[in-house]
Design a protein around this ligand. Structure first.
Ligand code: ADP
Ligand code: MG
Length: 693
């Protein structure tokens, strides 16, 4: 249960004064639905309203706060013209200008003959001093509430700065004092204030320097967030370690038979990875290892060998894939090899027929199915294993720590191998996985041809269509990726459908379409047809990004490549160049290209090394955005900025370790405070795993 002290923070934003359902919706889109989300919405700038010159001395373009007397209201003759309010002070005159004004409101706010304090930017127009839409208009008595440094917040359409600022001020005021969870010595050495004071300070910058991520207030808040995340990971890890692991040791027989059935030799890094996994599995503690390898580097075979070890040792193994397509693909890869070694492979997805499902469940329960591949269905309650020894999780950016935990728990102290294609630099890896052992596949399988990557302006699309037509006549298969439209799946779909119709009409080829709004079954059917060669072109929104393996596909066209991130382009391109034939990737861009877009396309043409691309991406975008947090599986930090706060991250990791060494159940006074911290950052699931204290 969430501690009571946090209730005010987790109330809906509509609990704040002045926030009704309409404003609430806008705030929800911008920051989130609860008061705490507004607290995390930090200022991106500030406006200094302390400058109060006389009107005669007000410099053009400056933001000023002035006290004026209202002389006259001039209503426009037509609604398209501005409404003007003439004012003066002892030194000169000022005209307030309003477009689309509501006369009633203006007459009430700016009553004739009275004094008002107005604040905003002044301009000179035909020799006349003007202020268009003052940011503040208040009676003189309230002047001090305006004449200050005001934070400026990132906005969304429809929300005025004043409304948002007011809501945030109310949210921050509601924040309770919380017990201190940071070690007092560390707090003192860093010169940080208590949580609530830091939050208040972060929302009340006095100068531009206070917006910097390295100010004490922002550092403290970032540290809190990082500590919560590191502590959560450490708790999961500690819990896993406590489960008594088992020594899974095989005689190598099954692996030998699989190796014989492989149509290729393993690469050196595949062999190394398998050795590392073998050593972990043979050890007493449960394995928690990340297998990191670029797209196409051959992770599946490594996973199969790991599963073979488990089976040799008399246990079962499960492979969890993020989608149905990928589960089936893994099944297709694994089955012939496993069968060559005399092993039955089961499949479990959400769409199995009742009878097939019952059979699989029975086989898992009695152990007659040693290896199973599946989707989320694998972690459901009805799935029981006779003896699960190894869980392999094909991360592909989709699963959270929590799901990992669930599958591992199906086996008592089961070993866990997580596969990811995201080439995350070491520091960032800490944020996603905490302390984790890593095996890396650093080389591509032999015999791969480099991909010929070219960038062309969109005007050349006719040539591209013709070239794709020729390629297909020569026996190639092509992916055609449609432009990404930010935040609009509907437009994405319209684009993809239009391109699909266009290609089908203009080329004598068989075209298929896959997109995010299709039912999974429909999408699978199209993907499978493309994989079999029953389709020549697969038009797709970015859904193909996730791990499909069609070695015969050798052409990829990406429309509006400038709209995609570098890592995303790399992932997409990784779908081709998987066979022995030479592949071509055509990046169609809308000219003129901005500097960053130009750099992205250049890097992509220069290299297909995922790690180099990740590093370049980091340089181009800054760590916060690396790979787009959503896609990379990295946690989405609200307050921490991984590039700026890398040192804090390392400190938080060390701190988390120390905390659990001293007080593994978070039972002491600081432990109790840390529980509040975990709830504050919504690591609720993890808190439940520690004994209630
Ligand atoms: P990913 O790492 O992207 O999951 P896969 O495991 O899907 O890569 O492997 C990509 C392709 O490479 C598959 O067709 C697989 O059979 C093949 N492959 C894997 N290892 C090797 C190897 N050592 N030599 C040649 N081909 C390999
Ligand atoms: Mg894969």
């Amino acid at each position: 249960m969430r501690p009571e002290i946090l209730f005010p923070l987790f109330a809906p934003v509509t609990a704040l004064p002045g926030v009704g359902p309409r404003i609430g919706k806008l705030i929800e889109q911008l920051a989130g639905p609860r008061v705490v989300d507004l607290c995390w919405h930090l200022p991106s700038g500030l406006v200094d309203r302390r400058f109060s010159p006389s009107l005669a001395e007000a410099p053009e373009g400056a933001i000023v706060t002035v006290t004026v007397t209202i002389d006259r209201h001039e209503k426009p003759r037509t609604p398209r013209l501005p409404y003007r309010v003439r004012c003066h002070d002892e030194t000169g005159s000022l005209t307030l200008v309003f477009f689309n004004a509501k006369p009633d409101w203006l007459e009430k706010t700016l009553p004739l003959g009275q004094k008002r304090v107005v604040s905003g930017r002044v301009e000179r127009y035909q020799g006349e001093l003007q202020m268009a839409h003052p940011d503040h208009v208040v009676p003189e008595a309230e002047a001090e509430s305006v004449r200050r440094v005001e934070p400026v917040y990132p906005l969304t359409a429809g929300l005025t700065p004043r409304l948002l600022a007011k809501a945030i001020r109310a949210a921050v005021e509601r924040a309770p004092e919380l017990p201190e969870w940071i070690d007092p010595d560390y707090l003192r050495r860093q010169g940080w204030a208590a949580w609530r004071d830091s939050l208040t300070a972060a929302h009340n910058p006095a100068e531009l320097a206070d917006i910097d991520p390295m100010t004490p207030a922002r550092q403290r808040l970032a540290y809190d967030e990082l500590l919560a995340s590191q502590l959560a990971l450490a708790l999961v890890r500690a819990r896993q370690r406590k489960l008594v692991g088992r020594r899974l040791k095989g005689n190598g027989e099954i692996r030998d038979r699989i190796a014989e059935a492989l149509p290729f030799a393993l690469t050196a890094s595949q062999k190394t990875a398998i050795r590392e996994i073998e050593a972990d599995m043979a050890g007493p503690a449960p394995m928690l290892r990340l297998l990191q390898g670029d797209v196409g580097s051959g992770k599946t075979v490594v996973a199969l060998m790991a599963m073979a070890i488990a089976v040799e040792a008399g246990a079962q193994a499960a492979l969890l894939a993020p989608t149905e397509i990928l589960a089936r693909q893994h099944l297709a890869t694994i089955t012939p090899l496993a069968e060559a070694a005399g092993l039955r492979v089961g499949l479990l997805t959400g769409r199995d027929r009742a009878k097939a499902k019952a059979e699989t469940l029975a086989g898992l329960a009695d152990g007659s199915i040693p290896i199973v591949v599946g989707t989320h269905a694998l972690v459901q309650d009805d799935v029981e294993f006779r003896d699960l020894g190894l869980a392999v999780i094909d991360e592909q950016h989709r699963f959270g720590v929590h799901q990992r935990l669930l599958l591992a728990e199906k086996g008592k102290g089961a070993d866990v191998l997580v596969m990811t294609a995201t080439p995350i630099p070491r520091t960032l890896m800490l944020t996603a996985y905490g302390d984790l052992d890593v095996s890396r596949l650093t080389e591509k399988p032999a015999g791969r041809q480099p991909i010929d990557t070219r960038a062309l302006p969109l005007e050349r699309i006719e040539d591209v269509i013709a070239a794709v037509g020729r390629g297909i006549a020569d026996g190639a298969r092509a992916y055609w990726i449609c432009p990404l439209v930010e935040e609009s799946e509907a437009v994405d779909l319209a684009n993809a459908e239009a391109r699909f119709a266009d290609l089908a009409q203009r080329l004598p080829v068989r075209v298929g379409l896959v997109h995010g709004q299709q039912k999974a079954a429909e999408r699978d059917t199209a993907m499978a047809a493309f994989a079999r060669g029953d389709l020549d072109i697969l038009v797709a929104t970015t859904v193909v990004e996730v791990g499909v393996d069609v070695p015969a596909a050798t052409i990829m066209v990406i429309e509006h490549a400038e709209r995609f991130g570098l890592a995303q382009l790399h992932q997409l391109r990784g779908r081709i160049g998987r066979g022995t034939k030479r592949s071509t990737c055509l990046l169609l861009y809308q000219a003129p290209l901005g500097e960053t877009a130009k750099a992205r396309l250049r890097i992509l043409r220069e290299t297909d090394d995922g790690f180099r691309i990740a590093e370049e991406d980091l340089k181009l975008r800054g760590a916060g955005e690396l790979l787009g947090t959503r896609q990379s599986g990295l946690p989405d930090f609200r307050l921490a900025n991984i590039a700026a706060h890398a040192e804090l991250l390392a400190a938080a990791r060390d701190d988390a370790r120390l905390i659990l060494d001293r007080d593994p159940d978070l039972a002491g006074a600081r432990g109790q405070a840390l529980r509040v911290l975990l709830y504050l950052f919504e690591r609720d699931a993890v808190v439940k795993t520690v004994r209630s204290g």
